[in-house]
Design a protein around this ligand. Structure first.
Ligand code: NAI
Length: 303
């Protein structure tokens, strides 16, 4: 077994850490030496309500186990809330090294039952919240030339689920944000990676069978998050599906595609005729930036 991965002297903010995956991340990271800000609004699954006992409970658990933690009860969904979460870390521990964007809500509804308010509130927590806190912490990490950001997306965003319009849009947006933070942070040793978790929590108890509760517990997500938050981890701009003991890289693959020989040959009929080539994923690539994809798709400029 290799040397234990530790987070001694690292300050970690974990949002939505009063329950579910965030609680599990907080307990593990504190056990490995991190000083943890346990943020949680303590509301209901649909984002309504607030209760300080969620964050307090996890802080008490960490302290009882000999770890260091402070609670924060602000919402991630406003710039002021995110700044206050960061301030909790700065006031208690003087800096921030790690941000785990984990706080989340969901409104289980049929597609056409979603209201604009459902959409706005869901995006505000997942996407805006990840943006506000990451952007607030970024200058500190950039200055110290060290940082680890973890973004919590979902197969609901990267693959889709038929009714999950607000959640899916929010979670796909989180990946777009993480991509930018990864490229912006790379020169400064500030790395951003994305997880797509699968675990039994209050968020998934309606969709994951009770008998699988232990097989896909939150504890099967946190070791990946610990790793992504460690000095040992030099990964950046990656995305991992994780759950039930499996960790798997996932990418946005680009097929070699079909290229028309001339402008006149590029039309809808030719696209239909070349569909096999267009759809063929053999020899796919995984461009890392907008510029790289543009180079691959558009190629050398024709004369
Ligand atoms: P959970 O409902 O147990 O935990 C979410 C926590 O976030 C709650 O404690 C809640 O109070 C907190 N929270 C909600 N809104 C907040 C806000 N505005 N500010 C601060 N805290 C807030 O759910 P779970 O499963 O632990 O979810 C954690 C993250 O993982 C979420 O982002 C979720 O979307 C994501 N996820 C979970 C999956 C799973 O299989 N459990 C699958 C894919 C993604």
């Amino acid at each position: 077994m290799s040397k234990e991965i530790r987070l001694d002297n690292r300050v970690a903010i974990i949002t939505g850490a009063g329950a579910g995956l965030g609680r599990s991340h907080a307990l593990l990271m504190a056990a490995r030496g991190a000083r943890v800000v346990v943020n949680d609004l303590g509301g209901r699954l649909d984002g309504t309500g607030a209760n300080q006992s969620a964050a307090d409970g996890v802080v008490a658990e960490i302290r009882a186990a000999g770890g260091e933690a402070v609670a924060n009860y602000d919402t991630v969904a406003t710039p002021e809330g995110a700044q206050s979460i960061l301030n909790t870390a700065l006031d208690a521990y003087g800096t921030v090294d790690i941000v785990v964007n984990n706080a989340g809500i969901i409104r289980y509804k049929r597609l056409l039952e979603h209201t604009p308010e459902d959409f706005a509130v869901t995006l505000a927590v997942h996407l805006n919240g990840s943006y506000y806190l990451s952007m607030a912490a970024f200058p500190i990490m950039k200055e110290k030339r060290y940082g680890r950001l973890v973004f919590t997306s979902s197969s609901g965003g990267m693959r889709g689920s038929a009714d999950g319009v607000a959640y899916g849009a929010a979670k796909a947006g989180v990946v777009g944000l993480a991509n930018v933070m990864a490229l912006a942070g790379a020169p400064y040793g500030v790395y951003s990676n994305v997880i797509l978790p699968n675990a039994y929590t209050r968020m998934t108890e309606m969709v994951v069978a009770e008998r699988n509760r232990e097989k896909v517990s939150a504890e099967f997500i946190s070791p990946l998050v610990l790793y992504l938050c460690s000095e040992q981890c030099q990964l950046n701009h990656e995305m991992f599906a994780v759950g039930g003991g499996t960790v798997a890289r996932t990418i946005l693959a680009l097929a070699p595609g079909w290229r028309a020989g001339s402008r006149a040959e590029f039309n809808a009929e030719a696209i239909h005729a070349h569909l096999d080539e267009i759809m063929n994923m053999t020899n796919y690539s995984n461009p890392q930036t907008t510029e790289e994809e543009t180079r691959l798709v558009v190629g050398r400029r024709r004369g």
